[in-house]
Design a protein around this ligand. Structure first.
Ligand code: HEM
Length: 323
């Protein structure tokens, strides 16, 4: 199984999962059900995480589907066009950005629901508005993905865009990539921010997980729960800077095995965070309490996963062949 298979396996989840999440949100709002709203926010969060893997597997699919180096070159395979693939990549990048913002606000809603027992109106309104925008953009990106292999569903303008001669404009994603590459200050700035984000994420994960494992027993979990948004901010900074690296030079990451492991571990670590955000078990820990075994297992695995993410990131040039 190569990355094209992975991409084909994942690529309908963002649009379909988004529709399900949106439906749950509508039902929850109309029926005034906190459970349905919570389910919707959890689905948005899960889908936004899965979209990271969907996006980064896309460039691997591109290499498998078309070996041409530039948009003007014809793909060796009949009816496939590099220009259409890059149009799809650009639509996917915009949809991806909106999906991640929706996921972040969904997480904030879940955090507030746990903390103050209700989702503030502004948060719900923002998630509804972003959901609609994300769904429209995702449908557009998915449609452009379908066009790549299906000439029979291409519109007249897409047929024109598919001709190599028409590919004179730089598509958005490639424009972002070359902007990062052309300005030499962007890469080191992103590296610095990536390390700051990592420190924030690891620092918060360490405090929360070590408390659950039995250290600093004087601190009640509710006090530590307040810190979680800082950890999520660290994750957000790393996602933005990491995606800038990836979009600038996808070729050096897609086939890099530590990078692939890094993405898997990031997704698992983020799911772990969901446990500490919404589940009752850790929340019930008062000052002096010992956590149940399940919570300790989750805390230990969270530490292992975060260290694994850092290890794979550091090993990109050593166990893999980046840089
Ligand atoms: C938000 C992220 C993305 C989504 C939701 C998405 C969605 C899709 C969909 C729905 C298809 C059509 C599958 C079919 O024909 O049944 C597709 C195909 C494809 N996508 Fe993406 N995509 C994403 C990101 C990317 C990126 C970043 C690239 C890189 C250029 C890419 C490259 C491709 C390629 C080459 C195909 C054709 C695969 C084949 O038919 O073998 N995708 N994508």
């Amino acid at each position: 199984m190569d990355l094209a298979h992975v991409h084909l396996l994942l690529n309908h989840f963002p649009a379909i999962g988004g529709l399900i999440a949106f439906g749950l949100l509508l039902l929850g709002t109309v029926g005034n059900s906190d459970d349905l709203k919570r389910a919707s926010l959890a689905v948005w969060l899960g889908i936004s995480l899965l979209t990271i893997a969907t996006y980064v597997s896309g460039n691997g699919a591109e290499e498998a589907v078309c070996k041409a180096a530039a948009a003007e070159d014809p793909c060796p395979e009949r009816d496939v066009s590099k220009a259409l693939i890059q149009e799809h990549e650009s639509a996917a990048l915009v949809a991806f950005a909106f999906m991640e913002i929706t996921g972040a606000l969904a997480w904030l809603g879940l955090w507030q629901l746990r903390r103050v027992r209700r989702i503030p109106g502004w948060n719900l309104t923002a998630v509804v508005l972003l959901s609609v925008t994300t769904l429209v953009l995702m449908a557009k990106a998915s449609g452009a993905g379908g066009d790549i292999r299906h000439p029979e569903i291409r519109s007249a303008s897409e047929k024109a865009a598919a001709s190599p001669a028409a590919a004179s404009e730089v598509p958005f994603a490639r424009g972002v990539g070359s902007f990062v590459m052309r300005h030499t200050w962007i890469w080191p700035t992103c590296e610095t921010l990536h390390f700051i984000g990592l420190c924030l994420l690891f620092g918060i994960a360490a405090v929360v997980d070590f408390r659950v494992l039995g250290m600093m027993k004087g601190a009640p979990f509710a006090a530590l729960h307040r810190l979680l948004p800082w950890g999520v901010l660290g994750f957000g900074v790393n996602l933005v800077t990491g995606m800038l690296f990836f979009v600038a030079d996808p070729g050096q990451y897609t086939h890099n095995v530590p990078f692939q492991w890094k993405i898997v571990l990031v997704l698992l670590a983020a799911l772990n965070l969901l446990y500490f955000t919404i589940f009752d078990t850790p929340w019930l820990l008062e000052s002096g309490d010992d956590a149940p075994v399940t919570a300790k297992l989750v805390a230990a695995s969270a530490l292992f996963l975060v260290v694994g993410v850092m290890f794979c990131g550091r090993m990109l040039p050593f166990l893999g062949d980046s840089f």
